[in-house]
Design a protein around this ligand. Structure first.
Ligand code: DON
Length: 594
């Protein structure tokens, strides 16, 4: 018997939950042990000699539930909720609040995000809790008197959109939660009361130290005594703990009204920001239909607008399907060329056409159709790279960075993929005085000046211009894949700004086309192209020099990136039901199962 968490076990009936869970367990067939990590099948693939992550790494395996996040403390919170009888959704809500405490560079209550859900009975849905432009926002608010872009969309109070995370978690709980709300916020409060500083946390503060010194409250919160918190010391966030208690006790009213709202508005007034009580009270999160498309018989469900992730991935996947990548060979020049040419075209359309569909008309059905992809990809030549200057938009319309992703699967087969952000590392760098949390700088994801690049180099158009109440276009792509038998197969997602879509797509290609294990798929070096700038990027030491030469001979401008790209958290369901997970070693996250 496989219960679905669409089954309404509501908060008021929480006392029954223990019994119900026991009943589920009693009805289940005797448990089989999960595959040992070294029994997990993997592909015979070699990575370049100097590549930093091994091709024979072993995943974490478990039978009952799996949580993969960028931080060990957050993963522990999630897996404990699963052990306590919670579902993947309960764990997702608890992890979101925990990340807001232990991973402040990206985890947040001052930002927003997206969630893709697949219940055990096969229902898929998506939750959009992206920030919105404040009601006083104007199209040219980030331009100076000469019409030039300023840094105000990135730094300081004016950069913040109206936060969506608390409303998003509340909506998720209203629809799918089974444990009481209070029990899901409580672990974050415990962490805010104090957690032991690990290298991962210290490193993120150290890396952004100069920026964190720009605003007094931020400096006082994250550099206590003016110093990066010491390894092994206890890091306490009493103001954040108090904010979380208000959220625990009164739900969204603990954030969008009352004391927290007063503190946000006071912070805005201090720093010439524009978020008002009305903005906060009017904020809504929306349930949406995911973008669902097939790729070589697998079904991919990912985020619809206001994210560009699902639609752009559908377009690139349909174009790529015209080639047998496995035959071309993993990371052969030909395979990379096919990816780059499809990505260049898909991003060109993304940048011009996609935007918040609550505000502008988007030809979404055509965008994600195989027919359009066939037309769009028809001029891809295997002989030469098409310069991006020759790739205009194909569709007509009516006219140091940080994010974080986590993936969760529970013992019933429910899956949740969440990508959430305050945009840049530590967002706008503004901490709300008295409330202890950072505000996002998500407004920079709009086309602050259409036709000019944003911080990710994305050159976006009029469709994504600033309007009051509108959500800025995102690339975040929480994604769930089912196999040709319509069984849960793969959960994936990553941070990485404009590279998010290509990174998630590569994990899918790695497992579907090349039969990689989840560890190989995550460890593999990554490449990226986003139309403009006309450059094919690869991770440091991630391509063999002979492959770079061959790509250059085809006409690609190939560029090695300084650091790494992305922080994928992926879970694969193996044919015997074993859950195999890999947390990306690039940022040092942790997958935990039980
Ligand atoms: O929504 C987006 O597409 C961006 N705000 C994501 C930013 C991001 O991933 C930065 N992290 N690496």
């Amino acid at each position: 018997m496989t219960p679905s968490w669409t089954r309404p076990i509501r908060t008021t009936r929480a006392a029954l939950l223990g019994l119900i869970t026991l009943a589920f367990i009693a009805c289940e067939a005797p448990e089989r042990a999960p595959l040992a990590p070294d029994e997990v099948p993997r592909a015979a693939i070699d990575f370049p000699d100097d590549w930093r992550f091994p091709a024979d790494a072993l995943p974490v395996t478990a039978r009952n539930g799996m949580v993969s996040t960028t931080d060990a403390l957050a993963s522990e919170v999630g897996v404990q909720i699963l052990r306590d009888g919670g579902t993947a959704m309960d764990a997702a809500i608890a992890v979101s609040f925990a990340l807001a405490v232990v991973n402040p560079s990206a985890g947040n209550i001052g930002g927003g995000g997206f969630m893709v859900v697949r219940t055990a009975d096969g229902e898929t849905t998506a939750l959009d809790y992206r920030e919105k432009a404040p009601l006083a926002a104007t199209r040219d608010m980030y331009l100076d008197d000469e019409g030039e872009l300023t840094d105000r969309s990135v730094l300081g109070h004016l950069a913040a959109g109206v936060p969506g995370t608390v409303m998003g978690m509340w909506e998720a709980h209203q629809r799918y939660g089974s444990l009481p709300w209070e029990a899901l916020v409580e672990p974050a409060i415990d962490l805010a009361d104090g957690f032991e500083v690990a290298e991962r946390f210290a490193r993120s503060i150290r890396g952004s130290r100069t920026a964190l010194e720009l605003f007094d409250t931020t400096r006082e919160t994250f550099l206590p005594g003016g110093e990066v918190p010491e390894l092994g010391s206890t890091f306490r966030q009493p103001e954040l703990a108090a904010t979380l208690r208000r959220i625990r006790d009164t739900g969204p009213d603990g954030f969008y009204r009352g004391e927290t709202a007063d503190l946000i508005v006071a912070e805005m007034e201090r720093g010439n920001g524009i978020i008002t009580h009305e903005d906060l009270e009017r904020y809504t999160a929306e349930w949406r239909d995911p973008i669902t498309f097939t790729y070589r018989g697998y079904t991919v469900s990912s985020m619809p607008p206001s994210s560009s992730g699902g639609a752009t991935m559908a377009l690139m996947a349909h174009m790529v399907e015209g080639w047998d990548l496995a035959e071309l060979g993993w990371h052969s020049p030909e395979m990379i060329h096919v990816l780059a040419e499809s990505w260049r075209r898909a991003y060109s359309d993304r940048n011009q056409v996609l935007a918040d569909t609550d505000f502008v008309e988007v030809p979404l059905d055509r965008f994600v159709s195989a027919e359009y992809a066939a037309e769009r990809g028809a001029d891809i030549s295997m002989e030469r790279a098409t310069p991006s200057s020759e790739v205009g938009p194909g569709l007509e319309v009516g006219e140091g960075t940080q994010t974080t992703h986590y993936s969760i699967v529970d013992r019933y087969g429910n899956a949740v993929a969440v990508t959430t952000t305050i945009n840049s590392s530590f967002g706008s760098k503004v901490t709300v005085e008295g409330a202890g949390f950072l505000l996002n700088n998500e407004m920079d994801d709009f086309a602050a000046k259409p036709g000019f690049p944003n911080q990710f180099g994305l050159v976006q158009g009029e469709q994504n211009a600033i309007e009051p109440g509108k959500r800025m276009l995102s690339a975040m792509s929480p994604t769930i894949v089912t196999n040709p038998a319509d069984e849960l197969f793969f959960v994936s997602g990553t941070p990485g700004g404009s590279t998010i879509i290509t990174t998630v797509f590569q994990t899918i290609v790695n497992v579907v086309d090349f039969g990689m294990s989840v560890s190989q798929a995550v460890h593999a070096p990554r490449i990226h192209h986003q139309h403009l700038p006309d450059q094919l990027y690869y991770e440091n030491q991630g391509l063999h020099p002979s492959v770079v030469e061959a790509l250059e001979a085809l006409g690609h401008t190939v560029q090695q990136r300084g650091g790494t790209s992305g922080d994928v958290q992926a879970i694969m369901v193996l044919p015997d039901g074993t859950l195999a997970a890999q947390s990306d070693p690039r940022l040092g996250g942790t997958a935990l199962g039980y």
